[in-house]
Ligand binder design. Sequence first.
Ligand SMILES: Cc1cc2nc3c(=O)[nH]c(=O)nc-3n(C[C@H](O)[C@H](O)[C@H](O)COP(=O)(O)OP(=O)(O)OC[C@H]3O[C@@H](n4cnc5c(N)ncnc54)[C@H](O)[C@@H]3O)c2cc1C
Ligand code: FES
Length: 515
Amino acid sequence: MATDATKPEGPDFEQGIDAGELKDGEMIAGRVGGEAVLLARCGRNVFAVGGTCTHYGGQLAQGILDGTTVRCPLHHAHFDLESGEALSAPALRSLPCWNVEQKGNRLRVTTIRAGRPTANPPTEALRSIVIVGGGAAGHAAAETLRSRGYRGQLTMLSADTDAPCDRPNLSKDYLAGTAPEDWIPLRPPEFFGDNRIDLVLGARVTSLDVASRRAVIEGGRTYAFDALLLATGAEPVRLTIPGADLPLVHYLRTLADARAIIAKLAATRRVVVVGSGFIGLEVAASLRARDIAVDVVGPEAIPLEHALGPDLGRFVRATHEEHGVTFHLGQTVTTIERDAVVLANGKRLAADLVVVGIGVRPRVDIAQRAGLAVDDGILVDEYLATNVAGIFAAGDVARCPDPRAPRPIRVEHWVVAERQGQIAARNMLGERVPCRFPPFFWSQHYDVQISQVGHAERGDQSEVKGTMQGRSFVVAFRGSGKIHAVATVGRDQQCLRAEVALERQDDEALAAIVT
Ligand SMILES: Cc1cc2nc3c(=O)[nH]c(=O)nc-3n(C[C@H](O)[C@H](O)[C@H](O)COP(=O)(O)OP(=O)(O)OC[C@H]3O[C@@H](n4cnc5c(N)ncnc54)[C@H](O)[C@@H]3O)c2cc1C
Ligand code: FES
């Protein structure tokens, strides 16, 4: 995965800084040799850790401190300042740590030091763990099992033909042609062998035998488990109209899907995107970056209104129109032809390629057949345990209680899937970690990143503070007098502070952040 390779700026911490420059609760970005380093003071302690986030290279000094952790401004990874440990996805790798000394009034960063190792919980009871799914949740769970000291057999069965990949990038830089393919794997191939993770690709689990604790894959091979994680994600909803099977029609979920689209782009001048949700619009932005003409067809009057409210939806539409996208809203597609798409109003849009993004459905079939409790998602408790002992579920497929929501929610966000995978892994090992973090997602449209924390309920009123034209604003989603979620553009720190307030269920602090 890519990280920011720009030369670090700021004071040379080997030379030192005046100790008074670093106040309690503050951070300073600087450098040691050629490396970016973050210096942070938390009470009596001063910490020095790597200054760039191990996810996409976000500048941690632009994030926030919370106790002895730092949160990244871009996609809200959390790092422990004492150990450098990546505590919360999307960052999976730790930060380097340095020693700091104070002599007189001078603070200096000295030698690199080892991070504190994670305490190993007892794991003797489990000899074999099987993870079904090689996506965000499954991969994060596998890493966590090993980093928390699990030493038994660990098998990841994935229907994908590629190793776990950075799925969000597939509709963004990778599709736009600005991210090379070697940025896409979450880990290099040797990672799995080095960590004794038996990654089996192209392995679709067809059934689970709950009584004898076995997972069966296509072809009949079985895998015994003491504990199992279902992380089967979601699959794109397919069009069923005439022409839906024509070769110009594509969906985007896997790296193989993305490769298939990209392979056709050299001969593509016009694309019709069916669906004006997040994936459809990110695809539109990436194809415009390649100078391909894009029409977007969607049934709603304002794109993304159901998710982001009318004001932010209109903002997103205007951003796309500024970049040359043509919208056909309040419309559905009735027929696809060899070189065109026909709309319900009779209009015919020429197309060399059609990309369909009309939503996803949780992949619950094997859980359902095995008799697990399912209701538009696999039902889990706050420890991500299903109704069958030893079987857990995480990610897009899981429906989980949220302390801030009136009923269990199922979320389709990358960071949520990874964090749930991490929590499920710890609970498989016998820790009792409740899943209570507020959902977070981001979406990228050209140079505009939308970030959102919390879970807006249908019917919530959205209220905008700040300047949309200046691309610096906050949107609060409010219902029954409470703020349920906060979306931001150009206000990363506010979004992080809202995350902390939501975690603590501190309504007053949350209201103060969005005023
Ligand atoms: C193109 C794209 C862009 C996105 N961009 C963003 C974004 O910007 N921000 C954001 O928050 N979210 C984004 N998302 C959503 C995010 O990727 C998902 O929420 C996340 O991947 C869910 O993780 P998961 O592990 O639950 O499922 P997945 O990542 O889909 O993984 C599911 C895994 O299960 C496997 N599987 C399924 N059935 C079986 C079976 N029967 N046997 C074996 N294996 C099986 C699949 O092959 C796959 O490996 C995007 C999604 C896509 C497709
Ligand atoms: S760059 Fe830090 S979380 Fe993504």
